[in-house]
Design a binder for this molecule. Sequence first.
Ligand SMILES: Cc1cc2nc3c(=O)[nH]c(=O)nc-3n(C[C@H](O)[C@H](O)[C@H](O)COP(=O)(O)OP(=O)(O)OC[C@H]3O[C@@H](n4cnc5c(N)ncnc54)[C@H](O)[C@@H]3O)c2cc1C
Length: 293
Amino acid sequence: MKLPQLDYAAPKTVSDAVDLLAEHQDEASVLAGGQSLIPLLALRLAHPAVLIDINGIAELSGVSAADGWVAIGAMTRDYVAEESRAVAESVPLLAAALPLIGHEAIRSRGTVGGSLAHADPAAELPAVARALDAEFVVRGRSGERVVPAAEWFEGYLTTSRRPEELLVQVRFPAAAPGTGISFQEVARRHGDFAIVGLAASLTLSGGAISDARLAFAGISDVPVRAADAENLLIGEAPSAELFDAAARRATGDIGPPADLHGSPDYRRKVAAALVRRGLRAAADNADERRATG
Ligand SMILES: Cc1cc2nc3c(=O)[nH]c(=O)nc-3n(C[C@H](O)[C@H](O)[C@H](O)COP(=O)(O)OP(=O)(O)OC[C@H]3O[C@@H](n4cnc5c(N)ncnc54)[C@H](O)[C@@H]3O)c2cc1C
């Protein structure tokens, strides 16, 4: 299908992009990797009057590590983050999730910022950002604002970014020593969006869990943090019984959607299985990282 008629701008700097957003507001769409936006345009599900193509803004790409955080420019392609040593060493949960996004062709164009701005609730990176309490840096004409992940995802494909703001960077905290991670998902085929996904991270100190993070994809219109289950885990030693109890706690009051991929009950059962599996794998990963680190 052909794209609709629209105006096109290709700014070379963030400040020019922000000026264009201020001018066109809701009438504009930012074009990053285009892997979600171009199909939406072709199917006439998005109707911007202007496309603001940010592919030529060099300052929006790159990965850097400082002060216990890894900062990823919004236009950084998924495959670049996937191959980044800083991501692999300091944000292993993100490193585990990136290869699960679609296929190589998608990840060679798709961007970290695009996935997080698009905010598909079944996508991997929103669950990782929510689990790790990532920070979103947005810039408008009046300056920058930092939005915590808990306030970023507002609903289906909806974030707290204002129409005149550009997402410029996402920051992930570096994993503490003793941390093990796992990203689990059930999808119909390799490369598909998850029916249910789970980002899991456990930090072990002296044989007990000192930090636990669990965030689901695919069970609501936003990624969902399982805070009650996390609280149950903290202070305890890892065991199959504990992980069973955490799975019950994490899924007892969720109300996942029904669609052609599965009923709410099916999704609830998958979510519980992923919690058990994800916690076991995260605990094993913590042991492996300690043994090899
Ligand atoms: C066949 C196929 C399979 C896929 N499978 C998966 C999958 O398994 N998991 C998964 O997570 N994703 C999957 N995707 C989606 C893919 O990850 C997209 O790349 C991603 O959702 C959007 O990133 P993008 O850079 O392509 O953004 P675009 O498509 O260019 O933009 C997406 C949205 O974000 C906005 N936007 C982008 N960047 C910014 C910014 N810096 N500031 C403000 N707004 C911005 C755009 O305006 C648009 O509304 C798949 C896509 C395809 C085509």
